[in-house]
Design a protein around this ligand. Structure first.
Ligand code: ARG
Length: 460
C-alpha cells in the first residue's frame, strides 16, 4: 500500500475503487512543469524567511529539477494511488532526497497549490493564444491586401444585399480576432495573481513573504483574500468564455468557407491539403477542416457551460468538485489551440474565384439602394424613391434583367427623375466606391483599414 501524505489520522486503507475514482493524475499530470516551478519558488521563499534551512532548500530545488527532467524524458511513473500531480511529485522528491522533502509543503496546501498551477498554465497558454491570434490577423490583413480588387456580394439574411470588397468582408474577421486578442490579454490581468500563501483557506501562521514568491514567479499581484483565492476559478471561466467567443468567430468563418466552396457559390476553392474525399462518391472533395472547426466550437461552448455549472452554488472554500475543472479547461484550451493554426493555414490553402464573386455581385439587384439614393439626389423623398425602385426591381425580375439592363425609357416610367447619368451610378464598383465614410467598403477606405491593422499588429 502506498502511504498517503494525509494518512496520519486514517487507520484503514482507501478503498481501491475510491482510489481510482478520486485520482486525477490522468488529467493533471500535465501540470507538472508549473507545479515544480511553483514549488521551487515557494521553497526559495521559505528558506529566505528562515522557515527552512538554505541547505534543505537547495536539496529540494535540485531534487525537483531532477524530477522535472525525468518527467520531460517520459521515464517518470505516476502512481494513481497518490491521487494527483502534487502528491506524486512530493513523494518522488522524498524518494530522492529523503526527509528534507517533507518540509516543502510547509505553509502550503494543495488548495492554493492547485490554484497556482492552473494560473501558471493559463498564463502560458494565454500568451501563446495571443501570439497565434496576432499571426492570424496578420495573415488576414495580408490576404485582404492581396485581394483588394475582388468584388463580392455582401449578404443579409443570406440574401444578396449590396456589393462589397472581398477584402472588406475579410477585414470584418480581422476585427473579431482583434477583440479576441484584447479579451485574452485583458483576462491575463486576472490570471496573473498569486494565490499561494492562502494555504488551505485561512492563510498561514508562518512568516512567509508572498510578494517575494510573486516576484519569483512573475506575478503582477498577490491575492487579497485567502478564502477567495482557493475558491476562485473565475480566471479559468473567463479564459474559457474568451475561448468560446473566439471559437464562435472561427465557426462563422468556417461556415462561410463551407458555403463559399460549394458549387452553389463557387467563390473559393480549398486546396486538396485541407480537404478530404468520400469513400463512396468518387467526385467528392469535402471541406472537412472548416467543418471540424465548426463542430469543435460546440465542445468549447459545452466546456464553458460545464465550468459554470461546476462552480455554481459551491460553498466557500475549496470543494473536491473543483478537481473536475481541469477536464473542461484543458479541453477548451487544447481545442482552441488546435483550431487557431488550422484557421490561419486555411488562408494559405484557398484559391479565390474573382470571376464567380464578381458575377454574383452583378446579379440580384444589389444596386437597388443606390438607385434609390440617386433619386434622393434628384430631389425625390427617400420613401418615394424606395417605392419607385421597388417597382423597377419587380419589372426587371419579370423581364429577367438587372436594373442597369433596362433602357432609360423603361426606367423613366418608374420615376421622371431618372436620367442617363443613372447608369454611371449602378455599376458594382461605383456602388462600392461611394461608401467612403470611415468603416465602409470603398477601396481607399479598406486600404486604410488594412494599413491601420498592420500598424496595430506592429505595436503588439
Ligand atoms: N487534485 C486536486 C484538484 O485538482 C488538488 C487539490 C486537492 N485538495 C484537497 N483538499 N483534496 O482540485
Amino acid at each position: 500500500m502506498t502511504e498517503k501524505p494525509w494518512g496520519g489520522r486514517f487507520s484503514e486503507a482507501t478503498d481501491k475503487q475510491v482510489e481510482a475514482f478520486s485520482a486525477s493524475i490522468d488529467v493533471d499530470a500535465r501540470l507538472y512543469r508549473w507545479d515544480i516551478e511553483g514549488s521551487m519558488a515557494h521553497c526559495r521563499m521559505l528558506a529566505r524567511q528562515g522557515i527552512i534551512q538554505k541547505k534543505e532548500a537547495d536539496a529540494i530545488v535540485a531534487g525537483l529539477a531532477a524530477i522535472q527532467k525525468e518527467i520531460d524524458a517520459g521515464t517518470f511513473v505516476f502512481d494513481p494511488a497518490l491521487e494527483d500531480v502534487h502528491m506524486n511529485i512530493e513523494q518522488a522528491l522524498f524518494d530522492r532526497i529523503g526527509p528534507a522533502a517533507r518540509k516543502l509543503h510547509t505553509a502550503r496546501s494543495r488548495n492554493d497549490q492547485v490554484a497556482l498551477d492552473v494560473r501558471l498554465f493559463l498564463r502560458d497558454r494565454t500568451l501563446s493564444v495571443v501570439a497565434g491570434l496576432v499571426a492570424l490577423r496578420q495573415r488576414i490583413a495580408d490576404f485582404a491586401g492581396a485581394h483588394i480588387d475582388v468584388i463580392m456580394p455582401g449578404y443579409t439574411h443570406l440574401q444578396r444585399a449590396q456589393p462589397v470588397l472581398f477584402a472588406h468582408h475579410l477585414m470584418a474577421y480581422y476585427e473579431m480576432f482583434f477583440r479576441d486578442t484584447q479579451r485574452f490579454a485583458e483576462g491575463l490581468k486576472r490570471i496573473n495573481v498569486l494565490p499561494l500563501g492562502s494555504a488551505a483557506l485561512a492563510g498561514t501562521p508562518y512568516p512567509i513573504d508572498r510578494a517575494y514568491t510573486a516576484e519569483l514567479l512573475g506575478f503582477d499581484a498577490v491575492s487579497a483574500n485567502s478564502m477567495d483565492a482557493v475558491s476562485d476559478r473565475d480566471f479559468a471561466i473567463e479564459f474559457t468564455a474568451s475561448a468560446a467567443i473566439c471559437m464562435m468567430h472561427f465557426s462563422r468563418l468556417a461556415e462561410e468557407l463551407v458555403l463559399w466552396s460549394s458549387s452553389e457559390f463557387g467563390f473559393v476553392e480549398l486546396s486538396d491539403a485541407v480537404s478530404t474525399g468520400s469513400s463512396i462518391m468518387p467526385q467528392k472533395k469535402n471541406p472537412d477542416v472548416p467543418e471540424l472547426v465548426r463542430g469543435k466550437t460546440g465542445r468549447v461552448f459545452g466546456d464553458l457551460m460545464g465550468l459554470l455549472t461546476l462552480m455554481k452554488s459551491l460553498p466557500l472554500c475549496y470543494n473536491r468538485d473543483m478537481q473536475e475543472d481541469k477536464h473542461l479547461l484543458f479541453d477548451a484550451a487544447d481545442t482552441l489551440s488546435a483550431c487557431l493554426p488550422v484557421c490561419t493555414a486555411l488562408f494559405d490553402n484557398m484559391k479565390v474565384n474573382n470571376e464567380a464573386m464578381a458575377q454574383a455581385a452583378a446579379r440580384g439587384y444589389l444596386n437597388a439602394t443606390d438607385m434609390a439614393d440617386y433619386l434622393v439626389g434628384k430631389g425625390v423623398a427617400f420613401r418615394d424613391a424606395h417605392a419607385c425602385v421597388g417597382k423597377a426591381v419587380a419589372a426587371a425580375i419579370a423581364k429577367g434583367r438587372e436594373l442597369h439592363e433596362l433602357t432609360l425609357k423603361e426606367l423613366k416610367t418608374f420615376s421622371a427623375a431618372v436620367e442617363a447619368d443613372l447608369f454611371d451610378v449602378l455599376a458594382p464598383e461605383k456602388v462600392i466606391e461611394r461608401r467612403q465614410a470611415f468603416g465602409g467598403t470603398a477601396k481607399k477606405t479598406v486600404r486604410a483599414a488594412i494599413a491601420a491593422a498592420r500598424r496595430q499588429i506592429k505595436k503588439e
